[in-house]
Design a protein around this ligand. Structure first.
Ligand SMILES: Nc1nc2c(ncn2[C@@H]2O[C@H](COP(=O)(O)OP(=O)(O)OP(=O)(O)O)[C@@H](O)[C@H]2O)c(=O)[nH]1
Ligand SMILES: [Mg+2]
Length: 223
């Protein structure tokens, strides 16, 4: 009996989340704000990827960032140091962002944004279950985590449209096969677009930022 109740509570939470996520997606479609949700294990390089990506885009686009963390404003401060508006969402223990948290934080921002990046809480499991109304879900896998992670944490890879393999500069010292990671991820999600980048050397960053611009143009064609 208790088990059935637990399942129902979870179903209700997800249903409510989906409802808010739909409302957010409608609002973002209206304001032509292209929204990217970054998911990864702690430390895979989400904030660092933003620190490398934003300077390429910020001259031409209005950009905002929502930073999800269990505690601290540190990631938002790193983004603000670039001169980009950032709102920190501290979840106080919750291991993922929910659409209602994103909605509250987004209401505090300039709503006329071209790109909104959401850095999810560092966790490769829970964030995969929560639609935030994003246009693009990006899962990051760093070279130091190991190339077997797609098979072990399939939902994060199944629900994403893009895989970014990060810290490529560490390939020479780590026993990580890009091909094994790519194949493992494509077996779970054949549509995944894969990028291999290093924020440290800048390798792969132009292809990644051009892809973001192209996706935004496809989603919101010029009138
Ligand atoms: N060598 C190398 N280190 C990197 C690269 N990208 C990030 N790092 C390092 O990895 C560590 C974690 O990076 P963050 O960007 O803070 O990772 P994160 O995913 O935002 O972490 P959480 O927000 O805590 O989940 C930092 O020490 C970065 O300097 C990279 O391309 N190469
Ligand atoms: Mg971070």
């Amino acid at each position: 009996m208790a088990e059935i109740r637990t399942v129902r509570v979870m179903e209700n939470i997800l249903k409510t989340n989906d409802y808010v996520a739909r409302r957010l997606r409608e609002a973002w479609d209206q304001s032509r704000t292209y929204v990217v949700n970054l998911i990864s294990a702690p430390g895979a390089g989400k904030t660092t990827l933003l620190e490398t990506t934003l300077p390429v885009l910020m001259g031409r686009y209005r950009i905002g960032v929502l930073e999800g963390d269990i505690e601290t404003e540190r990631d938002a401060d790193r983004i603000r140091a670039l001169g980009v508006e950032a709102v920190q969402v501290t979840t106080g223990g919750t291991c993922h962002l929910e659409a209602s948290m994103v909605e509250q934080a987004w209401r505090l921002m300039d709503t006329e944004l071209d790109f909104l990046f959401i850095e999810n809480v560092g966790n490769l499991v829970c964030p995969a279950s929560f639609d935030l109304g994003e246009h693009l879900r990006v899962v990051l896998l760093s070279v130091s985590e190991g190339d077997d992670k797609p098979a072990k944490y399939p939902k994060a890879f199944r629900t994403a449209q893009v895989l970014v393999i990060t810290k490529a500069d560490l390939l020479e010292v780590m026993d990580f096969s890009v091909e094994r990671a790519r194949q493992g991820a494509l077996e779970i999600q054949p549509e995944l677009q894969v990028f291999v980048v290093s924020a440290k050397t800048g390798a792969g960053i132009p292809a990644w930022t051009q892809f973001l611009e192209q996706r935004r143009r496809q989603t919101f064609p010029e009138a």
